[in-house]
Structures are given as structure tokens and as C-alpha cells.
Design a protein around this ligand. Sequence first.
Ligand code: DLL
Length: 432
Amino acid sequence: MLFSKIEALGRVKLEELQLERLRNTVDYAYKNVPFYRKLFDERGLRPEDIKTLKDITKIPFTTKDDLRGAYPYGMFAVPLRKVVRIHASSGTTGKPTVVGYTRKDIETWAELVARIAFMAGVREEDIAQIAFSYGLFTGAFGLHYGLEKIGATVIPISSGNTERQIRIMKDFGSTVLVSTPSYALYMAEIADEMGIKSSELKLRLGLFGAEGSTKEMKREIERRFNIVATENYGLSEIIGPGVSGECHVKEGLHIAEDHFLVEIIDPDTGENLDYGEKGELVITTLTKEAMPLLRYRTRDITSLNPEPCKCGRTFVRMSPVQGRTDDMLIIRGVNVYPSQIESVLMGIKGIGPHYEIIVTKKGYLDELTVNVELADPEMLEKHRLLEELKETVRSKLKSVLQIDVNVRLVEPKSLARFEGKAKRVKDLRKQS
Ligand code: DLL
């Protein structure tokens, strides 16, 4: 079942629609956003030069730095009085990225989130607990409006106060949990501590996003809560959540292609890559009013699959994000993605799902240390087993990453827990 018929639109019709919307957007951005007018004029490019979808490559990329440079409202295409909502992504360094929505953008957003939630299996009967933090972050408000549009009952509990989350989950009979995957895992741990079993909860479905999670991590959440875990993806700059999400087939995340035109590029050269090839996702908004973006570089690494899906949807699917171009670590010249480390760790018995990656420099040499929690506190006493386990982790990591890694097995529940996006990497090289 589809939330909207358009999700099964044939490719020919879809591309016609995309082209019409692309041409309108380019013209609109040129006329209303000084940043784009300058970008086009400097290159002698005119909106009329975009005649086919492929012509999009004539347009230069927009980057996060461009948005920072326009802080706070410089990328808006409408006067502020037409903007009914502001969100911002915090970012770890520098100024936040500010985004605005017109009334129509808010309606589009609700429709797109309703689609991804419906696609994941949410229905009118569901009670959805939103454990994303409400505020400038787009996660909570985005899911909130989309779930209400389906007709589900929304519990806007926000993130944090985890014992209360579990009590409410039990007492209110929540059937759907909306959070980051790392927070879901933390909640499962607290439920355990409170002596509440998954059989006492009505939870049946998880809508997880805002950060990556490996298949293994999702399986662990499914096991702990006895639910089906689905993933969805989005970013504030483009709209927030609602860009893509998994259907029940769970072989990739369908992108709302009637609203977003996507490309995959080689992050080093900027060249377009083919379907199936892994690279950086670039998105052009096709219907945004307040802040249209042309060829926005997301920094997220994924690949696209255009095959029609068993669920009946025709929209391309992106593979789960493997990492960001800016969270790839270069350790002694070797590229390492934190997700590779997580996959390895989650496949080893005896260690828990909580870990920390620390990068330091010893002289000129990069050092990678992985701290990982033991699942069973009694292991701490068993020195020989401990050594064996450590060696297993070390050699498995080495075989996947091709570099030596220091491994520290630490006490259960001794590493940080997260109520929002997890921060598992500490790169201390930059500080020295
Ligand atoms: O995280 C929007 C969102 C909220 C999506 C709730 C899904 C659910 P930002 O805070 O701007 O927006 O962060 C965007 O988060 O570029 C990715 O690097 C990462 N991200 C979001 N979803 C996923 C995902 C929201 N499913 C940035 N897998 C993006 C991996 C994700 N990374």
C-alpha cells in the first residue's frame, strides 16, 4: 500500500515531472536568491540553459560553507514574513546552518514524512513516541507532523529522561518508537535495568534515523525490543527527515524523487558516477519555496539502485549511508569509516554494542584505539578469556581495516550513552 499514488509513477512520467520542476526551481532560485544569481552570472550561465535533466551538471555545487557564508537568512528566496518556521543544524564547529520553511514547505514536509512513516508500516491505529529532541533540530517536528498526517497518535516526549521514556512507553502503550538508533539501544538498556521486558511493551516498530547504524546494530535493537527496525534519512538543509526511507522490503531507502533530484558524485573529482557506484549524494530540491538548493553536496556516502522495488514503488533507493566524507578517518594513509568498525564489533560475541574510537598521534604515527564494553562484567575476572577476546577483536578489525588497532575491553556501562546523535569518534590528532 502506498501513501500517495505518485510513489509508483513510471520513470518516463517521473522524469518529465522532474524536468519541469527543475527548470522552475532553477529559474526561481536565479531570480530570488542573490547567491545563485551571482553564481550563474559569473559563469555566463542562464536558467534557460537547463533544457534536460542532464544539463544539471552545468550548475556548480552548493556546499555547507556556502550556507554558512549566508548565515543566517542569506539563502532564503522569500521575504522573512513568508517564512513560518526556522530550524537549524547545530554542527560541531562554527555557525549553525539555518533553514526556513514557507507554509507550503511545511505541508510538503508533512506529506514526505507521512510517506516514509507509512512506508515503514505506521498506520492510523499506531501510538508513536517521538524521542527526538524538539527544538531547532528537524527530527522531532518533522516526524511529528508526518505522523499526525497519517492519523497516528503522537506522544511528543522529546529525548532524555530515559526512565520516564520507558514508563510512558509501557503505560501509554506506544507501538512505534522514533529516535536515533543509538538512543533506542540506550533505552533498551534502561528498560532492562528497570526490569521491564519487551513482552510488557506494545512496541512493534521503530523509525530510526538522523545517524547511521549498521545492519548488526539494527538487529540488536530489534532483538532487544522485539520490534521491526526501519531506517529513514534526511538532512536539515534539504528539508529534514522525509528525504528517504525504507519500505518493508528493506533493500534500500526510497528517495522522494518527485521533490528531490539526486546524483552521486566522486567526492574528489566532482564527476557524476553511475547507478550502483558508491559516492557522495548530491541533492537538488524541486519544490522548496523558502530555501531552494541546487546540487547540494550532502557529504553522505551512498549508492543508488533504480530497479523497481517489490513494494511497487518506482523511486530510486539509496543504500544506507556508509559514512560522511568528513567522518572518514585517515589512519596512516588508510581510509577507515567508523561504520566498518561497528560492523566488526557487532559480529563478535561477548562484547556489547557500545564502543568508542580514539585516534591519537605517537610521534608522526597515527594510532587507532577502540574501546569496547564487555557484555558480561564477570569476564573482567577471567584474564585468559579476556586476552583471547581482545585478540579476536584485534585480528578481526585488522583483517577488515588492514591496519593495527589497539583494543581496550572496558567494563559494561562505562562508556558514554547518547540521547541524540552518537559521538563515538574522538580524533585527538587535531588538538596536538
Ligand atoms: O538528522 C534529519 C533527520 C532527522 C533525518 C530525523 C532522519 C530522522 P541534520 O541534523 O541536519 O538532519 O543531520 C543530517 O545526519 O547529512 C547524515 O550525515 C546524517 N543522517 C541522517 N539520517 C541518517 C541515516 C537530520 N539514516 C545528517 N543514516 C546527514 C546515516 C544519517 N546518516
